[in-house]
Design a protein around this ligand. Structure first.
Ligand code: KG4
Ligand code: ZN
Length: 332
């Protein structure tokens, strides 16, 4: 039996969880700062790290209490080492290193995106090889999962990440931060009536969402200046359709080329039902299968860091107390 305490603080959430063995999570606490950052229309890094300092001890206490375990009973501490906001990462890392040193526990530095990918392992065992479509606020990538510790990034965004594009479009639609989940709901009530540019369609597996985002922003500004009414739900539906089509197109191409039969989704935007349904349908057509994380494990949380940490722990992977934050850590 093993108990992993995981800490995730790469952005605006201070999250901790305790995982028993491979799948049983005993507690999961996420202290969100969305309300604070919503006032500024996005995450303010300086505020995020200050808020993390304020709540780190409380989140630890609550995580242990909910799981009804003591630190002594924990077998290892898994912590996000990057990528993310350097100040935010530091707070989680300092907490993890302090516990590891004071209680003589092994420390395991986890890649944030590997954590998002391993949120799928909570649903079912990840099959190797599989393809992963990473769609978060900071990343849009296609990754070959060749083996548990052999990932290869074959495509990525050249500009905005997909969640970032959602949030920026949300801002011009006057939606509170983060706009992604709200655009998702609005799109369900609208129709795809606006012809927006098709995001990058070339020979690579790369993505580009900034042209699409700018087209939406220009469209809204032009109509506003001309005093014309716009149907915001239709704009949301048209934008979402263009994004989802581009993601699915690249994923299908990569699945056909590799001949893989499983694809997993990872990152906050994997909560998007249109993306889930469209991708699942496209996979079915080519004889492949989609797995996506359960809704609460799509956006940032510590269960996913524990899920990845568990495998690293079992494989004997350990970090030293020199472990440092790496804001732009590569996955490959
Ligand atoms: O993975 P995540 O929690 O944080 C990062 O690692 O970046 O992703 C957050 C992103 C935000 O941009 C948010 O707007 C987006 O995920 N998001 C969604 C949905 N739920 C969250 N975007 C579209 N549809 C959703 N349902
Ligand atoms: Zn994330």
């Amino acid at each position: 039996m093993s108990l992993i305490l995981a800490i995730e603080s790469s952005c605006d959430e201070m999250a901790m969880a305790i995982l028993k063995d491979e799948r049983e999570f005993l507690s999961s606490v996420v202290a969100s700062q969305i309300d604070v950052h919503a006032m500024y229309g996005g995450v303010v890094p300086e505020i995020a790290s200050r808020k993390h300092v304020e709540c780190v001890s409380l989140v630890l206490k609550e995580t242990l209490n909910k799981a009804n375990v003591t630190i002594d009973e924990i077998d290892a501490i898994a912590v996000t080492k990057g990528p993310g906001l350097v100040g935010s990462l530091h707070i989680g890392l300092q907490a993890a290193k302090t516990i590891a040193m004071a209680y003589h526990k092994p420390l395991i530095g986890v890649h944030h995106i590997a954590g998002h990918i391993y949120a799928n392992n909570y649903v079912q065992n990840i099959i190797y090889p599989s393809l992963c479509l990473v769609v978060s606020g900071g990343h849009s990538e296609l990754v070959l999962l060749k083996a548990p510790f052999k990932f290869e990034v074959i495509g990525q965004t050249l500009d905005d990440a997909v969640g970032e594009a959602y949030d920026k479009v949300g801002r011009v639609l006057n939606l509170p931060y983060p706009g992604g989940p709200i655009i998702d709901k609005m799109a369900a009530k609208g129709n795809h009536t606006y012809n927006l540019p098709v995001p990058l369609d070339d020979e690579s597996y790369n993505f580009s969402f900034s042209g699409l985002k700018s087209a939406v922003i220009n469209y809204l500004h032009n109509n506003e200046q001309a005093g014309k009414e716009i149907n915001r739900a239709d704009v949301a539906a048209s934008f979402q359709k263009a994004v989802v089509n581009a993601l699915v197109r690249e994923a299908v191409a990569a699945m056909k080329e590799t001949g893989y039969k499983k694809i997993v989704l990872a990152g906050g935007v994997s909560a998007n039902k249109t993306l889930q349904n469209t991708l699942a349908e496209a996979m079915q057509k080519i004889g492949a299968e989609l797995v996506h994380p359960t809704p609460i494990l799509c956006t940032d949380n510590a269960v996913m860091i524990a899920c990845r940490g568990y495998f690293m722990y079992q494989a004997g992977m350990r970090s030293t107390l020199e472990l440092n934050a790496v804001p732009s850590l590569n996955l490959g």
